[in-house]
Structure formats: C-alpha cells, structure tokens
Ligand binder design. Structure first.
Ligand code: FE2
Ligand code: FE2
Length: 232
C-alpha cells in the first residue's frame, strides 16, 4: 500500500514546492494530511491544497486529514464545508477504510503540547485540560477501532516523541509535542504514527517499540513523504 503524507504546507508559503514534489510521484492508495495546510487561519487555502492534489494525482484515492494549530478552531467548520466532499477530516475522530483489501483504521487529532504556548494560554480557555483530554480520547479511539482494523494509523499534528524533533532546540520539545501521546503510542501500539509541526527536524523517522513514527512536515523533509506499507 502506497501512502503519501504531508504536513505544514502553510499555503501559500510552501505551495509551489509542494506542487513540484507531488508532480514527481504516482497517485498513492492513501493521502494523509497532518495539519497546518493553511497559514494563520486562512481557511480557503485548505481547498487550494486539496484541489492541487486532486488536479495532479486524481480522485482514485482517499485523502484523510487532521487539523494543525494554524487551522484555528473557529475556521474548522468552514474548512469542512469547503473540502468535506473530497477529504475525510478526523478531528478527534476515527474511521476504518478498506484499502487494497486491508482494513486501515485511522485516528486523527491535533495532538497535544506538554506546554501550551503563551498565545494558547491567553486565548484558549482551559487549554491544559484540553491537551490532557486529547491524549485520553486518542487512546480510547485507537482501542475502539482495534477489532475492525488490520492496521492502525495515528494521524496527528504535534509530535508524540522527541526523536523526530532532533534538529530543533531540544529544550523546546514541550512546545513541539507531548509525552502523554508517547504513552498513548506505547500502550496502544498503532502500526504507524504520522505527524508534522516540527519544521526543522533533521531526523524524520523513529520507532516507538514496533510503531513507525514519521515527521512529514514539508519544510523539514523538503518533499511529500512516500511510504510503502503492508505489502504482501
Ligand atoms: Fe507548521
Ligand atoms: Fe504547527
């Protein structure tokens, strides 16, 4: 199964580079968007990214997305209205898709930070509690879809581990990800974790037990990430 994944296109900031990258690949079986498709809450840019993917690669594969911190809460309904026909958006939700005969269960979430940013503390009421709840919710959903899934993917924006943040200032991990999600991964053992948000990583891949973790942030990787998974 060929999976393409990207995060942090921040359209229009990295849109040209993203276009150049997907023009070099074949249509995948599944395309995952791990948040920050738009820059600073510009809702209509999400559809620009989605239309570009469809124009270049076609319609014969599902696109599944979670939101990033640049998709502000107040624009999420608008984004869903604009791209909901083409994109399965999982905002703390799960979906099981049958792809290539494999039942792929996907849990999508923005994820959590160990330390809310000062902006988040000022502007989002009870953000620390929200971050705790998100980890609990992701664990619940991963557990819930396990019986119907041959493979499980956790699609999230923030990082679940420090390894894929290498290249950033290591003391900044509390603003890049959350140890709570590390625990979710060690306990629930999904097959794959896709995340973004880490723009300056130099090591984009890690293993947590048997779980493959990939940072697919476009500015870090410099291209769309292609994975060949679970082939016979
Ligand atoms: Fe970003
Ligand atoms: Fe981000």
């Amino acid at each position: 199964m060929r999976i393409a994944a990207v995060a942090d296109v921040h359209s229009p900031r990295f849109l040209d580079g993203f276009r150049a990258s997907i023009e070099t690949i074949e249509a995948p079986d599944l395309f995952l968007l791990a948040g920050d498709m738009v820059d600073r809450g510009k809702a209509e840019e999400f559809a620009v990214v989605v239309d570009l993917i469809t124009d270049v690669l076609g319609k014969d594969f599902p696109i599944v997305a979670c939101f990033g911190n640049e998709e502000y809460t107040e624009i999420r309904d608008k984004i869903m209205a604009q791209v909901g026909d083409r994109v399965i958006i999982l905002d703390e939700q799960a979906r099981v898709l049958k792809i290539d005969g494999v039942r792929v269960g996907i849990v999508g979430t923005q994820g959590s930070l160990d330390q809310p940013t000062s902006w988040q503390r000022r502007n989002i009421p009870r953000i620390k509690r929200t971050f705790e709840r998100r980890a609990q919710r992701a664990a619940f959903l991963l557990n819930e879809i396990a019986p119907q899934s041959d493979k499980r993917i956790l699609l999230m924006h923030y990082s679940p581990c420090i390894e894929t943040c290498e290249g950033e200032n290591m003391r900044s991990f509390p603003w890049l990800g959350s140890r709570k999600f590390y625990s979710v991964v060690t306990k629930q053992k999904p097959d794959l974790v896709i995340h973004g948000h880490v723009h300056n990583s130099v090591n984009h891949e890690a293993m947590i037990g048997n779980t493959l973790v990939r940072n697919v942030a476009f500015p870090a990787v410099g291209s769309v990430t292609e994975l060949d998974m679970w082939s016979n």
